[in-house]
Design a protein around this ligand. Structure first.
Ligand code: ATP
Ligand code: MG
Length: 423
């Protein structure tokens, strides 16, 4: 019998996992700079949480969820996105009562969506997301956007652009909704079955349809921008003003509606403009979700956040030929010849590690030449050779690989020598 990794998932092997660690470390640092704190929620939730918040007519809820009955006959769903679980936790843990508002949270966690497999689209992927809950100040929208851009910049991406839209408040959206129904209704039979059911339930979703994207009525559809009331417009203007003052450039796209129902006011995407990135150019999507906390039984707590996958960030780096710097070279490899030397090598190894020096040795009883090859492959900066004589005299032969020099050093002085050379 042969087993394979499930379709749409991947094993992240050591040749790649160092990149993940590096990006994750950088993300923790950036979040710390902005005073966002980490939250970890369960990998599955009650199915209804996502149905209620993400929305019954969205692709995620209608086609992509991993839903199962547990042994207690409850319907559970593997988390397809991070916002609903975080807001659920915000309400459940009464974070609205915490002294510092808004509550600023982030997560780096796997998400699950049953999607058609293609480049940049996995069934399990890792999303980094932030949620700032409790404030309806456009400055927090600007902060969240700036944070996401900082992460891409620090990762080394250059060819990215920020695209912005406002979905307006409930009043603006209701007026726009009516206009959309009027626009699409006479020709709705020309659209896919999904769009036909969206017409009454949620016509805005039609604009996000991947099947009817090219239909001529899409281009002429009434734009949300024309239906923004004064309050919504003022909010959007203020955000643009703050971004501009911070030196953040953006494009406006009145058709940007995002794939989740709970968004209002600010909606944004960060896209890769790199040539050869392929069909999927969205790296990050986010927006404001005032009303979401109430939707799941909490008090009013306006929020804004985004989600970006590490998978797409890595693809974008590849498309730009931007290399992450691999700094995991070994400090020292201990070569040993003979049984007694091997025992000594292990002792030395543990002393080195205790001093914070990255060290390894041979466990395969290989010849000296093969051990030296390992040291090379591991890019060891130093090699310590221990033979019979070295055991007797309690020394090691210490080679500096970059300089090609060698000296005898007492085993006790070894750590000191390496630390003194700054590794
Ligand atoms: P798309 O239109 O590409 O399907 P979406 O609207 O479903 O995107 P969101 O739910 O807003 O995307 O997710 C935010 C981010 O999560 C995306 O911009 C992308 O970086 C990442 N993402 C979403 N789905 C996947 C996936 N299947 N595999 C890898 N990354 C994904
Ligand atoms: Mg999607």
């Amino acid at each position: 019998m042969k087993f394979k990794v499930p379709r749409g998932t991947q094993d992240i092997l050591p040749s790649e996992s160092w990149k993940w660690q590096k990006l994750e470390r950088m993300i923790h640092e950036v979040c710390d700079l902005y005073r966002y704190e980490e939250i970890r929620t369960p990998m599955f939730e009650q199915t209804e949480l996502f149905q209620r918040t993400v929305g019954d007519t969205t692709d995620i809820v209608t086609k992509e969820m991993y839903t199962f009955k547990d042994r207690g006959d409850r319907s559970m769903t593997l988390r397809p996105e991070g916002t609903a679980p975080v807001v659920r936790s915000f309400v459940e843990n009464k974070m609205f009562g915490w002294p510092d508002q808004p509550v600023k949270l982030y997560y780096i966690e796997p998400m699950f969506r049953y999607e058609r497999q293609q480049a940049g689209r996995y069934r399990q992927f890792v999303q980094f997301g932030t949620e700032a809950i409790g404030s309806a100040d456009p400055a927090i929208d600007a902060e969240v956007i700036a944070l996401a851009l900082d992460v891409y910049k620090r990762a080394g991406l250059k060819d990215i652009k920020l695209v912005l839209n406002s979905l307006g408040d409930q009043v603006s959206r209701a007026a726009h909704r009516d206009a959309l129904v009027e626009h699409f209704k006479p020709s709705i039979s020309e659209f896919c079955a999904d769009c036909q059911s969206r017409l009454e339930k949620n016509p805005l979703r039609i604009l996000d349809c991947k099947v009817d994207r090219e239909h001529p009525l899409m281009k002429t559809a009434p734009s949300l921008t024309d239906y923004l009331n004064d309050e919504s417009r003022a909010y959007f203007d203020k955000l643009q003003q703050l971004l501009t003052a911070a030196g953040i450039s953006f494009e406006l796209d009145p058709n940007l509606v995002r794939g989740l129902d709970y968004y209002n006011h600010t909606a944004f995407e960060i896209m890769s403009a790199a040539e050869g990135f392929g069909a999927i150019t969205t790296l990050c999507g986010g927006g404001r979700y005032n009303g979401l906390a109430e939707e799941i039984g909490g008090p009013s707590a306006p929020g804004i956040g985004f989600g970006m996958s590490i998978e797409r960030l890595l693809l974008a780096l590849e498309a730009e030929s931007a290399e992450l710097e691999n700094d995991d070279a070994l400090d020292i490899y201990v070569v040993s010849l003979g049984e007694a030397a091997k025992d000594r090598a292990f002792e030395v190894l543990q002393t080195l590690r205790a001093a914070g020096i990255r060290a390894d040795m041979d466990y395969m009883d290989r010849k000296m030449k093969a051990q030296m090859k390992s040291a090379d492959r591991l890019r060891a900066k130093w090699v310590a050779v221990i033979g019979e004589e070295e055991v007797e005299r309690n020394i090691v032969q210490l080679k500096n690989m970059a300089e090609g020099t060698q000296q005898s050093v007492s085993a006790d002085e070894l750590v000191k020598n390496i630390l003194a050379a700054g590794n």
